[in-house]
Design a binder for this molecule. Structure first.
Ligand code: FES
Ligand code: FES
Length: 128
């Protein structure tokens, strides 16, 4: 199947690959898997005192669309509030990357992972 140029660009030059120390209280981590294909995505956010996402990282074991979706969402969430990041939908990702229907679940993985990272950050905060 043909990948769009944007997918290939993110696949060749993924942004924000890596991870933050999970022990850092300003870090939220989300890890999700796609039952359909067995791919796994981990997204992390680093949040400022004022609730703005300052930085993001990802590690994805998966197809090109999953890698591109995670790379793209780490770029998008930077500088956003938690609420703004929460409202990013997989359809925005799928549209930007021109994903075909069979690859939509790859973008859902990115939406779910960022939501999981936000939840993790919030639960860490309230646990303090
Ligand atoms: Fe092969 Fe996702 S189905 S990498
Ligand atoms: Fe399963 Fe892309 S995440 S094929």
């Amino acid at each position: 199947m043909a990948y769009s140029e944007k997918v290939i660009d993110h696949y060749e030059n993924p942004r924000n690959v890596g991870s933050f120390d999970n022990a850092d209280p300003s870090v939220g981590s989300g890890m999700v898997g796609a039952p359909a294909c067995g791919d796994v995505m981990k997204l992390q956010i680093k949040v400022s005192e004022s609730g703005i996402i300052e930085d993001a990282r990802f590690k994805t074991y998966g197809c090109g669309s999953a890698i591109a979706s995670s790379s793209l969402i780490t770029e998008w969430v930077k500088g956003k509030s938690l609420d703004e990041a929460q409202s990013i939908s997989n359809m925005q990702i799928a549209e930007e990357l021109e994903l075909p229907p069979v690859k939509i679940h790859c973008s859902i993985l990115a939406e779910d992972a960022i939501k999981a990272a936000i939840d993790d950050y919030k639960s860490k905060k309230t646990a303090k």
